[in-house]
Design a protein around this ligand. Structure first.
Ligand code: F6P
Length: 533
């Protein structure tokens, strides 16, 4: 069902949604003139929960609007609207103008926060005018959430684009339960201290009731900074705020909630006869190589595609020089590198593409033969079924980011290897390394270590590889994106439960969300959740 309204939102008006997701992007795309929910693990996990709770998703439609059009991002059969109902979920657009996009998305989110939060691999640019726009856009997201949320609703805010939303929303709607999840790493104290807006960011986040991180090290970094800069008092479960701007003495739970994937969906695709046939076809079209290495990444400098290509070139050089024992085979070894473009308005991304493409040219120039490139480079995004076929066609998956919040590609590769074959080489600097401990773990900053990991993956016996893959598959199967969403919502449910118990006068029993999240402790539900430490 597609239902369109064009009503304007009144900030601070109380809405009707008991669960509201707030993220930079809406999970929708336009297909043949119709809006559809777009694929992706996060969307799939959240859409199910939202549907059952009359939920809303607040985000940007992906189109930059002219200033005059700012109220009408959706065009549906001649009607225009900023709200769109898809499958019983209300999609509420926060429009961005070209100016907003440049300052909020490109300059602050991806020019300042992204590099700094990824270990300052690239220099951040800090622009005060852009920060003012970041604040203004965050306020618009908070206003949209305030207008959509029912009394005592649960609002779940996502990621580094919206670091200020929790405190802004709390000021507008103190009755709602606010969660924040950071999908990217949270940096060490000495790096975070470079941020000109460091206090504002901490205050923004401390507006939440529950703050989730991918790894415990991120949670610890955050707690240390909240103590150091905002005099927050750490305890076993998080911090207690201290100071006027933070709503004195409020408890903020800080925990580790590693995100995952839709394992059922990946396995379903992997078992389909078409996918199995496609995987065989991919291998044979490449000349049935001895070994297929595979990399699948956004074209981003954090992903270490350049380091990987350099190490692959070293491996090929060694084989050409006959310095390795396994060079007796005449069949080639190849690397398939899928690189999904994005953020091309940010200089460092343009530069990264140049570096990667020059390396692809160098390696192929030195090692390819007519009709047989050694690096198959695809700069585009692929549908999940084609990706799964590639995962199944490959022998060795290279997930070697310099730094990564989680890396879901690693988990997708594991989930797709239903016959327990294949080897995963995984960076110690990806969040997934905390969980996929049976991967060949590698320091991606050490070129010799990547080459050594490639050798050891190629030399690994089938039983040893099967043992490792089975262990990783068992883990991934038991920790899906649904488990992740449930565990975070259960943590929010606990806050809701204790607030209701503490303050029964404040909440009319009829106000309590009829389908609020289950306050049963997340741990009791056997879900992935860990308080810090
Ligand atoms: O890794 C952080 C993240 O925001 C992901 O959640 C998302 O898939 C990706 O970056 C996409 O980035 P963008 O919205 O800039 O294309």
């Amino acid at each position: 069902m597609q239902h369109v309204t064009d009503e304007r939102m009144t900030p601070a008006a109380v809405g009707s949604h008991h669960l509201v997701v707030v993220a930079n992007r809406l999970p929708i795309q336009r297909v043949e003139g119709r809006w559809e929910t777009s694929p992706g693990g996060l969307a799939r996990a959240m859409l199910g929960v939202l549907r059952s709770r009359h939920g809303a998703w607040i985000g940007w439609s992906g189109d930059v609007e002219e200033v005059g059009d700012a109220e009408v991002p959706f065009d549906v059969s001649g009607a225009t609207a900023r709200r769109l109902e898809l499958d019983d979920i209300e999609m509420i657009s926060v429009p961005l103008t070209a100016d907003d996009f440049q300052h909020y998305y490109e300059s602050v989110s991806n020019g300042a926060l992204w590099p700094l939060f990824h270990d300052a691999i690239r220099e951040s640019t800090f622009d005060a005018d852009s920060w003012a726009v970041y604040e203004a856009v965050n306020r618009r997201f908070a206003e949209a959430a305030a207008a959509a949320a029912a009394p005592s609703a649960t609002v779940w805010v996502h990621d580094y684009h919206l670091l200020l939303v929790p405190a802004m929303l709390r000021a507008m709607r103190p009755d709602v339960i606010i969660g924040f999840f950071l999908h990217i790493p949270f940096p060490p104290q000495e790096l975070f201290m470079r941020m000109p807006w460091r206090e504002s960011i901490l205050d923004g986040l401390l507006g939440a009731d529950v703050i989730g991180f991918q790894r415990s090290v991120g949670a610890d970094n955050f707690v240390g900074l909240a103590k150091r800069l905002r005099a927050a008092e750490p305890d076993e479960h998080g911090v207690r705020t201290n100071g006027e701007s933070l709503g004195d003495g409020r408890h903020v739970r800080v925990g580790t909630f590693p995100i995952s994937i839709d394992v059922d969906e990946v396995e379903r695709i992997a078992r389909a006869p078409e996918t199995i046939a496609r995987a065989r076809e991919i291998r044979s079209r490449m000349g049935d190589p001895e070994t297929i290495f595979l990399g699948v990444d956004r074209l981003d400098y954090t992903k270490g595609i350049d380091l990987r290509l350099q190490s692959f070139a070293t491996l090929l050089d060694e084989r050409a020089a006959g310095r390795v024992q396994d060079s007796s085979s005449r069949r080639p070894i190849v690397l398939v590198q899928v690189a999904v473009p994005g953020r091309e308005g940010v200089d460092s991304y343009v530069e990264e593409r140049r570096i990667v493409e020059q390396l692809v040219g160098d390696v192929n120039g030195g090692h390819a033969s007519i009709g047989y490139p050694v690096v198959h480079y695809l700069r585009r995004s692929l549908a999940l079924d084609e990706l799964v076929a590639l995962y199944m066609a490959a022998d060795i998956m290279l997930v070697t980011p310099r730094r990564d919040g989680m890396n879901l590609v690693a988990k997708e590769f594991v989930a797709s290897r239903i016959d327990d074959t294949g080897v995963l080489i995984l960076s110690e600097f990806a969040g997934a390394a905390d969980e996929l401990t049976q991967a060949v773990l590698v320091n991606p900053h050490d070129p010799d270590a990547i080459v050594a990991a490639m050798h050891s993956a190629m030399a690994m016996s089938a039983p040893a590889a099967a043992h490792r893959m089975r262990e990783m598959r068992r883990y991934v199967t038991g920790h899906t994106v649904d488990d992740w969403a449930r565990s975070f919502l259960a943590a929010l449910g606990e806050v809701s439960g204790s607030r209701n118990a503490d303050d029964t006068d404040h909440h009319d029993a009829n106000d309590a969300a009829p389908d609020a999240v289950d306050p049963a402790p997340a741990a009791a539900a056997g879900l992935v959740v860990a308080d810090r430490g």
